[in-house]
Design a protein around this ligand. Sequence first.
Ligand code: SF4
Ligand code: SF4
Ligand code: SF4
Length: 333
Amino acid sequence: MAVEEATPLEGLKAELRKESRRAHLNFADLKSGGYIKQTQKDLFTVRLRCPGGRVTTEQMRVASEIAERYGRGTVHLTVRQSIEVPYVHHADFPAVQEMLKGVDWSIATCGPRVRVPTACAGCEYNPNGLGDTQGLCREVDRRFFGTPTGHHKFKISFSGCPIDCFRTREMDLGFQAMVGPRLDEAACNGCTLCVQACEDKALVMQAKLPVRDDSKCNNCGDCIKVCPIDAMLPRQRGWLVRVGGRHGKHPLFAYEVARYVSDEQVFVLIERALAWYRENAEGRERLGAAIQRLGLNRFIDEAIRPTGVEVIDNEADRRPYWTGGNFYDRAAA
Ligand code: SF4
Ligand code: SF4
Ligand code: SF4
C-alpha cells in the first residue's frame, strides 16, 4: 500500500510543533500562565486576563481572531469575567501571545496564585454603585495579579453596593462599597420618603424625624438618594471587608471583619491577608479553612487590626448572614 507523503507545508508545521513542544511544554508553567489542559490531546483552553471583566473592543476583535485562527471559532465567557479561547494547540501559543501583545493584553493565571480580580461596574455608571469598583479592581490586578500564595488560589472581588452582584461573600477577600447616612435634623421636613425607601425597615419616624436603627441598616444609601432636599447625607463611605469565603465542593460564606475601609487601606489589607495566609495555611488549605482551624480572632488580630482599619468586633456582626433569609438571621441572634 502506498504511503502518502506529507506536503512541504505539513512537514514544516509538524517540525514547528515538535520544536514548540520541546521549547514550551512544561505543564506546570503552562498552568501558571493560564493555559488549561483539555480532555483532547495537545489542546488547551487559553484564559485571557480581564480584570473586572473590562476589555477594549480592539481586544474583543483579537480574541475573536485568535478563536478563528487557532481555536474552533468560539470563545467561552467564564463566571469570573474572563474570556477563554478553547481548542488551541500548544504549538500555537507563541503566535497567540504575539497577537495579545499587539493589543496590550495577556493571559490570566491558574494554580496557587492571586487570580484576576472581579468587579461590577460600581459607581462609574450604575445608579446603585457607591464605590469605584473598576478603578480599584484594575489597581489590585496591577499590584497583585499572579502573586504566589504557596497554598491555593486566592480570589478577590469588588461589589459596588449591598446587592453584591460580585459575590464578595464567596471570595477569599471581598470588598463591598458601603455608606453610612446621617440626618441633618434642621433641614429635614419630615416627608417620610426615606422611611418608605428603606427596604430593611431601618428607619422609623419619631417626633417627625427619621431615626435609624444601625443594627438593621445595610448601608445601601437609598435613603440618601431619595431625599429631595439633601437632609439625609453621607456620613462615612468606604468598603466592607469580607474574608475566607469560597464556592466549590465545600462552600463557605465569608466573615465580615472590617468596615469603612478606604481605597488605600484595601491594598494594605490584601498584603497583610496574603502574608498571613502564606505563613499560616497548611498544604492546599484555602484562607477560610485556615481561619476556621486557627480562629477568626487570631486572623483579625494578626492580619487586620494592625492596619488600623475599623474592625468589626461584635461577633454576631461578623458572621455570614442573609437579612430576612433562612441561612442565618442576624435579627434573631
Ligand atoms: S453590586 Fe450594586 S453597584 Fe454593583 S452591579 Fe450590582 S447593583 Fe450595581
Ligand atoms: S442606608 Fe439603606 S438600609 Fe440604611 S437606613 Fe438608609 S435606606 Fe435603610
Ligand atoms: S426624605 Fe429627607 S426630608 Fe424627607 S424625612 Fe427623610 S431626611 Fe427628612
